[in-house]
Write a new protein. Structure first.
Lengths: 343, 343
DNA sequence: GTTTAAATCGAAAACGTTTTCGATTAATAA
DNA sequence: TTATTAATCGAAAACGTTTTCGATTTAAAC
């Protein structure tokens, strides 16, 4: 019941292991006849090359690692799907690790993947990550690495992102265009680049359009496991702090839905009393009532693009070519629904 | 910039590769002194054993494969999270593949994982899978395999499931208890065991409680990508076919939410005109309005349990022990919310 | 001083593949 | 005929580790 090896095929046909190997890989220095014999026998014996040996010899595993802050997440699970499907097409397998937004875990997982000798790494940074030595370490080893979504601008590597600032600008502008004068923002955690950028886009849209920027209108949420509750809490606090807010741009749909739930239960009408724009376009957002105006964030596309870039870099590295980091920016779009007024 | 090997450490210390290897693994036949020297040098050189070589030697990869019908799915992504986190604890990595509910793909992916020589396989069957040769093939090779959620009763292997029939019975009974007399069922696809079981539980609850079973009240949906739309469509059809239905037990939350959307838009009041019970307890279900009564399906726990069982079997196989298949049934619970009347 | 036991080490084989390079044979050209 | 080329093959090294088993040295026992 042991797996078939080249040796067994060789002995059966009274030829050498070398020839068997070469026959299976269509080397030109094997006759058609032997190729035929070898391939036939390999098929009937159901020969499968021993990946361990192949890996050892070729020094590649045809495997990539993926580190992601959360798995149970509409956007990220779409990214995973994009990566896995694209990788499979190119004959690569994907090892998935969840960093749980923890820098320490992320560091360990990088080590784990390196010691596993994956051919490349795809990563979306944890909220807790402020030090990038572990990432730079990977790059220094000339192991291809591509960041997506939650990136660090400071790190010299390829990135696949959306233009968070622009998207946030668009979202806020929409609120302004429908007549909002006091626009609040529920922002994400402090460290991640994308929550910074969304905040900056929000701020710029205000200033560009003659509205004052008021820091007391900006609320923070960690956007972790308890996003929904954070949304409710912030909404409750907002109602206490201010009575004149007529629009909110919220960092994530799930937080927005939490906020909407709170507003609903307090009798605050959406969009009549307050207009809300979320971010990400979770499936849920189209289904709740009122449906949520939001920014579509293309997770599946991002996963595909990230793998494609990584694949290029793996090939390049193999051919000893130098890779110049590339930043790919994917398009987003505003999806108008019922949580904001028609204008 | 090449990775450090045992050989380099050996040369540096003027000892043999054998001794270095043994020192690092704390063999008793290496002196304390050499152990100290070796370990110290290994650390300063940042030695990491070459996994490829270790795999080849030990014939194990410390890697398992996971085949799952869909990744972007609240329940399944929770399962993934459970598996990945548990596996990491035991030093195992997880390769994820999505079968897309396709038998053909599933078959190919099994082959892929076998040729990758994973130490074990975790699988939830595709809807399209009616033939189990590919699975039996794995078992015949004495490669540990555990099925979860979408299983095949006929296959002799360990399984982690919920008692779908019982859960469906409970759900239907709840509808009966609050006074429903004409209870419809939106069932899942025809092949999967769990959609069959949920249907049977529904039917049994009716008959046990003196209600007639009426096949015209059973609607089918594939529960694939378009679940939401299927829910709407079935709801619309139901309103055309019957005007006396006062309760529906629906195979999946997402379908239920689709149905509720349709009822809402047609002015059918939930739960006054019609009571609805879903299945799975997606996060969304607690957030929509009215919130959805449903059966909680413990995805994270299932993932953990599935890996634990697989781990046991991997260990057992390694020690040449025979493994007797085990079926683990996880508890479910009815979560009463606003889509069903109080009684 | 000899025997025995314990402690410490290393040579070598093995895992299964890939690839280089030299050897052999057959076919062609001179 | 011999020289040259093309076609076909295989020996052997290499990838880096683990593990068996025998060798050597040292200490203890007689």
């Amino acid at each position: 019941m042991k797996p078939v090896t080249l040796k067994q095929i060789a002995e059966e046909l009274n030829i050498s292991v070398t020839t068997v190997s070469k026959a299976l890989k269509d080397y030109p220095d094997v006759s058609k006849k032997t190729k035929g014999l070898v391939k036939e026998l390999a098929k009937t014996l159901n020969y499968k090359p021993n990946t361990f040996a192949v890996n050892l010899r070729t020094k590649e595993s045809k495997t990539i690692g993926l580190i992601i802050p959360v798995i149970v997440h509409h956007f990220f699970s779409n990214v995973i799907k994009g990566i896995v499907s694209q990788a499979e097409k190119k004959g690569y397998l994907v090892i998935i690790l969840q960093s749980n937004e923890s820098y320490e875990l992320e560091k360990k997982q990088i080590d784990l993947l390196l010691s596993q000798r994956v051919d490349g790494i795809l990563i979306s940074l944890a909220n807790g990550t402020a030090n990038f030595n572990h990432i730079n370490n990977v790059i220094a080893q000339e192991k291809p690495l591509v960041m997506f979504d939650k990136i660090a601008k400071i790190v010299k590597c390829s990135k696949v992102i959306i233009d968070d600032r622009k998207a946030a600008y668009t979202a806020t502008l929409h609120l302004i265009n429908i007549g909002c004068k006091r626009i609040a923002h529920f922002r994400g955690a402090l460290l991640p680049q994308n929550s910074i950028d969304r905040f900056l886009g929000y701020k710029k849209a205000l200033l560009d359009n003659g509205l004052p920027y008021d820091p007391s209108l900006v609320y923070i949420c960690e956007c972790g496991e308890r996003s929904f509750e954070e949304g409710k809490k912030n909404a409750k606090q907002l109602l206490i702090d201010h009575n004149d807010v007529d629009g909110i741009f919220i960092n994530t749909d799930l937080v927005a839905i939490g906020a909407m739930t709170e507003f609903n239960s307090q009798g605050v009408k959406i969009p009549d009393d307050i207009n809300i724009v979320g971010f990400s376009n979770w499936f849920m957002s189209s289904v709740i009532s009122p449906s949520l105006t939001t920014i579509n964030q293309p997770g599946y596309k991002m996963g595909k693009a990230a793998f494609k870039q990584l694949y290029k870099e793996i090939k390049a590295t193999k051919n000893k070519k130098i890779i110049t980091p590339k930043t790919i920016t994917l398009e987003t779009e505003l999806i108008k629904r019922d949580s904001t007024k028609d204008n």
